[in-house]
Write a protein that binds this ligand. Sequence first.
Ligand SMILES: Cc1ncc(COP(=O)(O)O)c(C=O)c1O
Length: 345
Amino acid sequence: MLIQGYPDPGEGLRLHLNENTGGCSPRVIEAIRRLKPTDISTYPSYPSLVLTIAKYFDVDPEWVLLTNGLDEGILMAAIGHISKARIHDAETIVPTPAFDPYPNSTAAAGATSVRVPANPDLSFPTDAVIEAITPRTRMIFLNTPNNPTGQLISIRDLCRISEAAGDAIVLIDEAYIEFGGESFLPQLSRYPNVLVGRTFSKAYGLAGMRVGIVIGQPPALQPVRDVTLPFNINVIALYAVEAALEDTEFLPRYAAQVNESRDMLYAACRRLGLEYWESAANYVLVRVGETAPFMRALSARRIHVRDRSKDPSTPGCVRITAGMVEHTTAAIEALESVVATRQAR
Ligand SMILES: Cc1ncc(COP(=O)(O)O)c(C=O)c1O
């Protein structure tokens, strides 16, 4: 039954949405327990967390906009920059395979997305993206590491595209940057047309809290701020993020688990003869062939992964979250038994 939101696969190990499989920092739970009744009865106040985040990411506080998950940041960026431009044939550029909210937010803002497929080896098509830029282009969505391929876009290529973008806004989605690659943030002062998106959902383990950040200079950020609702983050989430940032050991510990899990998944794919792509993120894209029976067989073993076969660039592929090593071990056991059953037929 689908009432609201993303379909729930039910009981089992959730390796389908790239969540943190180890849960959040215990400090987050402690901070939530300390909430007072008047914290809940009053509207949230954002300056304290904005200042903390600006210091943490070493950017001007005026460049920071908290959003209800980066999902909301993507939608508000599209609405702020596309609807306000009031041109009837506005376009966005969406390199594919891509995270669904880019084309969806483009459509919600009344524009058309121009898809630029990845290179055959799934590396990023920098020249093709630059060639696709026209006077109609209002936004360019770049995602590094890419969901679902795990491939990176080099800083040099991000700079080239941002320079070629002209009046268009470049949104660099760094949802998974804590797991690999280099952030664009140190370059941001040179690019008034660039927004960087970050999230607390993945590495920090706060997906249920829904907190993202859009960071950019005022010319890029103000139109997004203008359309964002004033109380978009709830007070519990504010406390949760403050506490998560205080736990400085949490992130490196989890990143080490992800690193080991990725290596385990690569090794398993090699043993099983499955094609895979080395990933800079907390998931690995694997080509399994016909995905539907494969996903059903894994689900029957209570392991849930994401079918990515619909995208023309990734036929026959599933995406598997690489989280805590104990969870990856369970996933690999199930993977091996599904492949063995398939071969026995
Ligand atoms: C590439 C990418 N960007 C943004 C998000 C959104 O993250 P959230 O809305 O949970 O902050 C996700 C979540 O899966 C993602 O994969």
